[in-house]
Design a protein around this ligand. Structure first.
Ligand code: AVJ
Length: 322
C-alpha cells in the first residue's frame, strides 16, 4: 500500500477568518442568520453522526440502501479512473462506491475532500489500508471555492452525496454546479445525492427528533462561536425550531431566543441583542423534485444520464455527464 497524501488549502486560521466574516455578516443582518457549515466542529460532527442513526432521520440510511442497490450500475456507466468525493467526512458511504468502481473497473485514485483535516486524515488512512491498490490523495479545502485544486488526469467522477446540495440556496447551487462543470472535461461525471420533496409529516420530524439530538446539533453552532470567537452565548437559552417552507420547498432550522439577551462576541468587538422570541436562521435543507434538479443540472451544463430513487421516492441519486 502507498501512504495517502494530503494537500492542505485551508488552515485552522483560514477557518477562523471565514467564521469571523460569516458571524459578523449574519449576526448583524435582519433577520439574523449563520451558514450551516459551522455546525461541524468535533462535537458537531459527532452529533451529526448520532442524527444519522435516529429513527426519524431517514436520509442517510435511505441513501445508503439505494447506493447499495445501484452502485454496480453506477460503476458500469461511470467507468471512473478517479473518484473525487466532496465533503467526504468520515467516508462511510465511500467504501461501497470504491468497491464497485475498483471491481474489474479502471479506478486508480481516490480523492476525498473535506474542510476537516482530522476527519480526512483518519478516513484517508483507513481507505488506503482497505484498498491497497488505490492511490489516496486527500484535499483539505472548502468545496465551494477550491474546486480548481482538484487533481487532473484520468477520467473523473465527482461524488457529492448525503443531500448536502440542499444546504445551498438556488443561486449558490447554480454557482456550485457551474463551478464543478468548469473543472470537468467533457465526458466526466457528477454523482449527486439529493433529498426529495416528501410528506412534511415525515420530513419535519427528521429535523426535529424526539430525543432532541438535532436540537443539540443546532445549538452547537453557538458553542462554536463561543469557543472560536470567544462569544458568550448561553446556548440553552435558545429553542430549536425546524419548519417546512412550502414555497421554497426547504426545511429551515432556527434558534429562538427564550428571553431578551445581549451577547458579546469578544473577538469581533461585537455586541448582539436578541429580543425574546427572535429567531436566528442556522440552516436550510432544500428538498428537490427530479425535474427541477435535472433542469438545474442542465442549466449548469450537465446532461442527466440516470436517476435512481428508493422505493418510497424519498431520496435520489443522479449521475450526470459534463
Ligand atoms: C448533512 C446537510 C445533509 O441537511 O439533512 C441533519 C444536515 N441538519 N439534521 C441535512 C442536518 C439537520 C444534513 N446534511
Amino acid at each position: 500500500m502507498t501512504a495517502p497524501t494530503l494537500e492542505i488549502h485551508l488552515t485552522d486560521d483560514d477557518l477562523t477568518e471565514a467564521l469571523r466574516a460569516d458571524a459578523r455578516r449574519g449576526l448583524t443582518a435582519t433577520p439574523k442568520w449563520l451558514p450551516p457549515k459551522w455546525f461541524y466542529d468535533a462535537r458537531g460532527s459527532e452529533l451529526f453522526e448520532a442524527i444519522t442513526e435516529l429513527p426519524e432521520y431517514y436520509p442517510t440510511r435511505t441513501e445508503r440502501a439505494l447506493l447499495e442497490r445501484v452502485v454496480g450500475e453506477i460503476a458500469e456507466i461511470a467507468r471512473a479512473e478517479v473518484l473525487v468525493e466532496l465533503g467526504a467526512g468520515s467516508a462511510a458511504k465511500t467504501r461501497l462506491l470504491l468497491s464497485a468502481l475498483s471491481a474489474g473497473g479502471p479506478l486508480k485514485t481516490y480523492v476525498p475532500q473535506d474542510v476537516s483535516e482530522s476527519a480526512l486524515r483518519g478516513a484517508a488512512a483507513e481507505i488506503a489500508a482497505e484498498f491497497p491498490g488505490l492511490a489516496v490523495h486527500g484535499v483539505v479545502s472548502d468545496f465551494t471555492d477550491t474546486l480548481h485544486n482538484l487533481p487532473r488526469g484520468g477520467r473523473r467522477m465527482i461524488a457529492f452525496l448525503g443531500g448536502t446540495i440542499g444546504n445551498l440556496v438556488p443561486a449558490e447551487r447554480a454557482e456550485f454546479l457551474t463551478g464543478i462543470q468548469r473543472v470537468l472535461e467533457p465526458g466526466e461525471q457528477l454523482l449527486l445525492g439529493a433529498g426529495l420533496v416528501i410528506d412534511p409529516a415525515v420530513l419535519v420530524p427528521a429535523y426535529d427528533d424526539a430525543a432532541g439530538v438535532t436540537a443539540e446539533f443546532n445549538r452547537n453552532v453557538l458553542h462554536v462561536l463561543n469557543s472560536r470567537l470567544h462569544a458568550d452565548f448561553d446556548p440553552d437559552a435558545f429553542a430549536h425550531i425546524a419548519l417546512w417552507d412550502t414555497d421554497n420547498e426547504w426545511i429551515e432550522m432556527r434558534l429562538e431566543a427564550g428571553r431578551d439577551m445581549t451577547v458579546t462576541v469578544a473577538d469581533l468587538d461585537l455586541t448582539v441583542r436578541f429580543a425574546r422570541g427572535e429567531q436566528l436562521r442556522t440552516e436550510i435543507s432544500a428538498k428537490f423534485r427530479i425535474d427541477g434538479l435535472t433542469a438545474e443540472l442542465a442549466a449548469a451544463g450537465f446532461a442527466t444520464e440516470h436517476v435512481w430513487t428508493d422505493p418510497d421516492a424519498r431520496f435520489a441519486l443522479i449521475l450526470a455527464e459534463r
